[in-house]
Design a protein around this ligand. Structure first.
Ligand code: ZN
Length: 68
């Protein structure tokens, strides 16, 4: 099965970060996935399995504009 995650993708997670943002950008993919908070810029590492559990929605690539 192809990996659904790509660098630059924005994800909405089930739990909000303390800064109030719930959107994270993928900045590195490896055994662990590195995410950057869209609100405060904080970086975190999550295992892929953990990320899959925490992801609520995949929002698409960060460079795409969406006025929805
Ligand atoms: Zn944050």
């Amino acid at each position: 099965m192809a990996d659904k995650y790509e660098i630059g993708q924005l994800l909405q997670l089930k739990k909000k970060h303390p800064c109030g943002a719930d959107k994270w950008e993928i900045v590195r993919l490896g055994a662990d996935v590195k995410l950057k908070c869209s609100g405060c810029g904080r970086m975190v590492f999550l295992e892929r399995e953990e990320l899959t559990r925490r992801t609520k929605k995949i929002l698409g690539r960060s460079e795409e504009k969406n006025n929805g």
